[in-house]
Write a protein that binds this ligand. Structure first.
Ligand code: FRU
Length: 526
């Protein structure tokens, strides 16, 4: 577990030791809100970021009484990974966020690693009542001391509950609720769902290179159901998520299992993958047994979904951590580190006898649209700077390629600044590839891995008819073909990108229609 060794060892130890032993009862954390103008170099303007310090995975996501809750792996004392807490924020629309006090702090059982939360509507846990149902968070207790002592069981699963819409959390006195008796050291990231057909809670848990499923009537006692893995694949799996999703055409229910993979993502490092299949309350069977990438870019990890969110039957809303363990702790932001992706709606799409998962930005993002620049019908030959009432570093582009009249084999766009930095997004029609080249996107030196590339993904040429692209200071998110292709990448130019150039090689790129929106920031800035 290389990355858990990161940071100044003494500091980590000090951080852990200084955490008083938590008694069951109300836990109040320090306010997560620290001084920030949200205007620091590279600070994203319409993505969720912690006000200060280190953040990784999204955690404990649930919806209740008009609020979406987002917790996250948080270390309030440093901009690198350390003793994990759950930071916490709420939003009424998934777009504008209010920071709340830290939800969960480390205690005598260890750091608070990733996990999910559920609304226990029928009060199966007994923590609340039918009139005031509890929200129950499940997380991994990671004990650094027993880890250091060389034991295998330093990760176990625990729960905490809230009776006041997630404002205060009480850890269960009977923690841990699931000890590690597998002999496998990596045993973490519980994500729970209610399974009405069997009348039980089902937990998906990452256990090294597989997912194990457990069931419980009350969220406190858990029994093993089954496991799922790919024979021969020994990569480390993390942050699973299991949920049903309806085929939009037939109404048939399929099950999606999301797993994040620690190595060998499609463009290097960590990445989120998924399987579509069936789950009968005991066993998950992938159908077909093929692992697919949720996002082809380097920067969408630990993507998981909201419990209880008000969506259509064929939809599920989730969010990912917009970074990569290869360089997350080195990226050149000074007061805080990491952002979340834009929140996305997942839907199934039937394809070649199986299914794929499309992800599109949530509709509420349209509320951020400001000035509109109509590009009309444009024929791009060689190069053309695109200007209008928008900043290239903070905008949304909608582009419809006219495939019939486009003759260029390669076309796309480049973001640049006066410092010589540039980021290139290219569509290679001939080789059916989309690529992002960030090799010259900013000052090097903080990480070699970051500047490898270009990064590529297979492209269905038809998807070029529908391109939706978000640019936010230090991030690029491409959605093509109604969300069939996602490509998320971060970058760190020396100065904000202020020039947007469209280009086409060996022919013309015909944009049938195009629009650029300037986007408002989500934080109140002085
Ligand atoms: C994924 C992960 C999880 C773990 C958490 C620790 O990024 O490694 O498996 O719970 O981060 O911060």
């Amino acid at each position: 577990m290389k990355k858990y060794m990161f940071g100044v060892v003494g500091l980590l130890l000090l951080g852990f030791l200084s955490c008083k032993e938590e008694k069951p009862g109300v836990e109040e954390g320090p306010l997560a809100v620290m001084d920030t103008t949200y205007r620091e170099p590279h600070r994203l303007q319409f993505h969720f970021t912690p006000p200060a310090k280190w953040m990784n995975d999204p955690n404990g996501m649930f919806y209740l009484d008009g609020e979406y809750h987002l917790s996250y792996q948080y270390y309030p004392d440093s901009t690198v990974w350390g003793p994990m807490h759950w930071g916490h924020a709420v939003s009424r629309d998934l777009v504008r966020w209010e920071h709340l006090p830290v939800a969960l702090k480390p205690d005598s059982l260890g750091y608070i690693f990733s996990g999910g939360a559920v609304v226990d509507t029928a009060n199966t846990s007994g923590f609340g009542s039918r009139l005031n149902p509890p929200v129950v968070a499940a997380f991994t207790h990671h004990n650094p001391e027993t880890e250091k002592a060389g034991r295998d069981d330093f990760q176990s699963q625990s729960i905490a509950y809230s009776l006041d819409n997630g404002r205060y959390w009480t850890k269960y006195s009977g923690n841990p609720v699931l000890k590690n008796e597998t002999g496998i050291r990596d045993f973490r990231d519980p994500k729970i769902i209610w399974h009405p057909e069997t009348g039980k809670w089902v937990m998906a848990l990452a256990v090294y290179d597989q997912v194990q499923f457990y069931a419980s009537p009350d969220l406190k006692s858990w029994s093993y159901l089954s496991d799922f893995g790919i024979p021969g694949d020994t990569r480390l799996w993390e942050c699973p998520d299991l949920f049903p999703l309806q085929d939009p055409d037939t109404g048939q229910t399929k099950w999606v299992l999301i797993v994040s993979i620690q190595q060998e993502g499609p463009n290097g490092g960590t990445a989120t993958s998924y399987f579509v299949g069936d789950f009968d309350g005991v066993r998950f069977i992938a159908n077909p047994a093929e692992q697919q990438w949720l996002d082809w870019g380097t920067d969408n990890y630990a993507f998981v979904t909201w419990d209880h969110a008000p969506t259509g039957p064929g939809e599920r809303i989730g969010i990912g951590w917009m970074s990569n363990w290869q360089y997350a702790q080195q990226v050149p932001t000074e007061t805080w580190r990491s952002a979340m992706t834009l929140p996305r709606v997942l839907t199934l799409q039937a394809e070649d006898g199986g299914y794929s998962l499309n992800s599109s930005p949530v509709a509420a993002l349209e509320g951020l649209r400001g000035e509109r620049t109509d590009l009309g019908k444009r024929t791009i030959a060689k190069e053309e700077e695109v200007t209008g009432a928008f900043l290239p570093s903070q905008c949304e582009l909608l582009l419809h390629t006219d495939l019939e009249n486009t003759t260029a084999t390669l076309f796309g766009m480049t973001l640049s600044n006066g410092k010589g930095d540039r980021l290139i997004l290219g569509f290679d029609r001939e080789n059916q590839q989309v690529w992002v080249d960030r090799r010259q996107s900013g000052p090097k030196g903080f990480s070699e891995d970051f500047y490898k590339g270009p990064h590529t993904a297979p492209l269905e040429v038809e998807d070029l008819r529908d391109l939706r692209i978000y640019l936010d200071v230090a991030s690029l998110e491409v959605f093509a073909g109604q969300g069939a292709l996602n490509f998320t990448e971060i970058f760190f130019p020396e100065a904000p990108y202020d020039t947007l150039t469209f280009w086409a090689d060996e022919g013309v790129w015909v944009i049938g229609s195009g629009t650029v929106f300037s986007l408002e920031g989500i934080w109140e800035t002085p």
